[in-house]
Design a protein around this ligand. Structure first.
Ligand code: FES
Length: 251
């Protein structure tokens, strides 16, 4: 395949960025999007130019590190797919493809396509944990969990914290991320001791970090590579309300 890439280049947070055009050719339709960028970078290095900086780690759709806005959509055109699992056969030969970093006030650009997503880590540090003792895993049936709760918690736990929800949201809100963590931990018996402090502390950290408020546009859930449902935001709002009126109510 032959493609024209228009890539956001920005040498540092203080510099002004711009789109730069790069032609690439001999790209296999079976290459992943990141492998296609590898081909470009190898050519740039061979030509003595600065390679394009982009985040990645597992390349298996697990870690949430890959984070590109492709043709205006976080993680590109394929639903429920991370950038690293997106393949070039989803594009047309000869296509012009725009590649940009996550765009959000809370995610400043570090370099090129890399943004600082540490605000999501700070949200987790403020409440995304449980105080159950560590050690040998307890016998599976010693703490019964209703099947419906286990299923909902499991679905919420699929959030890989990539930040696509923030990049897709017109308000730059991380409500879907927050809702996924609050739902995952709040449905489990082990998550009950910190349940009410968790939602208050995580939401405060979220707002302090510069994320915007949720206005239920739903873009977050559409962009989420794990298909996290907007239901988690309803649960987040419900827990926040209960926490603010006493923090002792049962679900
Ligand atoms: S690189 Fe790990 S999810 Fe894409």
């Amino acid at each position: 395949m032959k493609l024209t890439l228009r890539i956001w280049r920005q040498s540092s947070p203080a510099e002004k960025g711009r789109m730069v055009e790069y032609p690439v050719e001999d790209i296999s339709p079976d290459a992943s999007f990141l492998e296609m960028l590898d081909v470009l970078n190898e050519k740039l290095i061979a030509d003595g130019e600065e390679p394009v900086a982009f985040d990645h780690d597992c390349r298996e759709g697990i870690c949430g590190m890959c984070s590109l806005v492709i043709n205006g959509t976080p993680h590109g055109p394929e639903r429920n797919t991370t950038t690293c699992q997106l393949h070039m056969r989803k594009f047309e030969d000869g296509e012009v493809i725009d590649v940009e970093p996550w765009r959000a006030k809370a995610f400043p650009v570090v370099k090129d396509l890399v943004v600082d997503r540490s605000p999501l880590d700070r949200i987790i540090q403020s409440g995304g944990y449980i105080s159950a003792p560590t050690g040998t895993a307890p016998e599976a049936h010693s703490v019964p969990v209703p099947k419906a709760d286990a299923d909902r918690a499991f679905e919420a736990a699929e959030c890989i914290g990539c930040g696509a929800c923030v990049a897709a949201c017109p308000n730059g809100s991380a409500a879907l991320f927050l809702g996924a963590k609050v739902t995952h931990l709040g449905l489990m018996p082990q998550g009950q001791p910190e349940r009410w402090d968790r939602v208050v502390n995580m939401l405060e950290t979220h707002d302090d970090a510069g994320f915007g408020g949720c206005t239920n546009t739903g873009e977050c859930s559409v962009a989420c590579p794990k298909g996290i449902s907007m239901d988690v935001i309803s649960r987040l709002n419900g827990d926040m309300l209960k926490a603010s009126v006493g923090g002792k109510k049962k679900r």
